[in-house]
Design a protein around this ligand. Structure first.
Ligand code: ADP
Ligand code: ADP
Length: 242
């Protein structure tokens, strides 16, 4: 059974120009699944619908039609089911700085989700949990006392990944996770995601416009164009016709 399964997902936006309006299918009949311990890459040029699909997966927007299932059960739109989904599916954003609070320590950033998701309570347990999260993203435990501006871009993105790991998710949605980072540190962060997928049996949804890293870091590739998946297959087989 696939951890995350998407069936015939459609997201329409109504576009208005003057008195006229038209329908844009930003996501058009998309189906795929992500198994635990697998990385699926979503590749497509700007405007192809990748972010819309990510927003649907994160339950930030509702699909017009279609369904999202986690471990075989349809995702609930409210209540405990939605809360569970929001801890099982976590996201890492393109800009690590934007998602961190400059006035909060790293310990705070990592400690809070541990408490909120019931993974630790009491100061000692929380700080031990924070240290463990730092270890999982290969950062020094001393980082806990720092603030985001005292870290490098790559370190900040590792913190964002650590925070996403805090609720012990099954699926990590990584939307262009390295495109704002220095080229020299991109591979380190992508290798970390690959290690987590392998060692912790995480399902990773890697959204990118970069086919080369998609090939290298994923098992399967989906190619999106104008809202539709126009090509799909094992990473070695998919050939983009530019
Ligand atoms: P990508 O992430 O691949 O660049 P997006 O998902 O951001 O693509 O956009 C897909 C299409 O949907 C674009 O044409 C975009 O203009 C449109 N779109 C995205 N969000 C909205 C919205 N909230 N309202 C109207 N159109 C939108
Ligand atoms: P900040 O600098 O952001 O205020 P602190 O260094 O004060 O953060 O605290 C770090 C984090 O450690 C807190 O946000 C909290 O998650 C956790 N923490 C500290 N003390 C306790 C406590 N007594 N019980 C539970 N969690 C705690």
């Amino acid at each position: 059974m696939s951890a995350l399964e998407v069936r015939n997902l459609v997201k329409e936006y109504r576009l208005r120009n003057g008195r006229h309006s038209s329908i844009l299918k930003a996501v058009d009949d998309v189906s795929f699944s992500i198994d635990s311990g697998r990385t699926v890459a979503l590749v497509g040029q700007s405007g192809s619908g990748k972010s819309t699909l990510a927003k649907l997966l994160m339950q930030l927007e509702r699909p017009t039609t279609g369904s999202i299932m986690l471990d075989g059960a349809p995702v609930r739109r409210a209540g405990a089911g939605l809360r569970q989904y929001r801890s099982d599916v976590q996201m890492v954003f393109q800009d690590p700085f934007a998602s961190l609070n400059p006035y909060h320590s790293i310990a705070h950033h990592l400690g809070r989700p541990l408490i909120l998701h019931g993974k630790a309570k009491g100061r000692d347990e929380v700080m031990a949990g924070v240290a463990k999260l730092l270890e999982r993203v290969r950062l020094d435990p001393d980082m806990a006392q720092r603030k985001p501006h005292e870290l490098s871009g790559g370190q900040r993105q590792r913190i964002a990944i650590a925070r996403a790991l805090a609720p012990e998710p099954k699926i990590l949605v990584a939307d262009e996770p390295v495109s704002m980072l220095d080229v020299s540190i991109r591979l380190g962060v992508l290798n970390l995601l690959a290690d987590l997928q392998r060692e912790e049996n995480l399902g990773v949804f890697y959204i990118t416009h970069d086919l080369a890293t998609a090939r290298h870091f994923s098992d399967d590739i989906l190619v999106m164009f104008r809202g539709r998946i126009v090509e799909r297959g094992p990473a070695d087989d998919v050939i983009l016709n530019p």
